[in-house]
Ligand binder design. Structure first.
Ligand code: OAD
Length: 233
């Protein structure tokens, strides 16, 4: 088997963007230790108080717009450019730092902060600077504008494509994710079952470190460029 036949599947989480200044969810001081996810990341929370939810995402979108990719995002873009085989990049992140670093065809399984979605008709359009509860949908005019992100209880995007990629992976690499949110938390086990070697690159042990053949612990900006350099030789 040559390198050209090798399919690498990479899953990233909030930890890869932490050193770009975007907070994670479950670390000490993380978003879900300061806010209740039931209020901010569920359709029910949005129905209860759309103004509060939109204000939170307006704040996060502003932070995403100001953030720049770090050496870990850049290393993955370099891998995609130079690896002779296939590289599938799946992210749980709703920022665009992989794209800013030059990655292409990034699978955003939890949606994207820079998109708007009509909760009434499903129309999608680029997010304005700020969203308000009274904003009409450009397609159906109903005031149901929400961020185009996946909330708890909703189905993640592109699951068919992800399933197909995991089935043919030779190497599965998880970067900067706590391994607590399904279905992403199950990807390592699925890839392993299909015969892939599994590698975790994370600040510390994740919830599912045991599903990996190898785990390296440290900051993504150290681990990821070193791993990519070694792989590309
Ligand atoms: P978490 O906040 O749950 O986990 C982030 C992981 O990154 C932790 O294991 C940290 O140890 C690690 N980490 C932190 N800083 C790092 C660094 N500099 N280098 C490497 N690793 C670092 O974030 P996710 O696993 O991405 O979903 O969270 C999964 C989902 O839960 C999110 O997509 C979001 C959230 O609720 C929805 O909103 C649907």
């Amino acid at each position: 088997m040559s390198k050209a036949d090798d399919h690498i599947v990479i899953l990233t989480g909030a930890g890869i963007s932490a050193e770009s200044g975007l907070g994670t969810f479950r670390d000490v001081g993380g978003l879900w230790s300061r806010y209740d996810w039931r209020d901010l990341a569920t359709p029910e929370g949005f129905a209860r108080d759309p103004g509060f939810v939109l204000a939170f995402y307006n704040w996060r979108r502003e932070r995403v717009r100001a953030a720049r990719p770090n050496p870990a995002h850049e290393a993955l873009a370099r891998l995609q450019r130079h690896w002779p085989g296939r590289v599938t990049l799946i992210t749980q992140n709703v920022d665009d730092l992989h794209e800013q670093a030059g990655s292409e065809d990034v699978i955003h399984m939890h949606g994207n902060h820079l998109g708007a979605l009509c909760a009434a008709c499903g129309h999608r359009w680029p997010a304005p600077e700020a969203m308000a509860a009274a904003d009409p949908c450009p397609a159906c005019a109903r005031p149901a504008t929400r961020p185009d992100v996946v909330w708890f209880g909703e189905t993640p995007c592109h699951m068919d494509r992800i399933g197909a990629a995991l089935a043919t992976a030779r190497l599965f690499v998880s970067i900067g994710t706590s391994g607590t949110v399904c279905p992403a938390a199950g990807f390592a086990a699925l890839a392993r079952k299909s015969g892939a070697r599994t590698l975790e690159l994370n600040l510390g042990r994740s919830e599912n470190t045991d599903h990996f053949d190898e785990a390296r612990h440290g900051p993504a900006t150290d681990l990821v460029p070193a791993w990519v350099t070694a792989l590309l030789g």
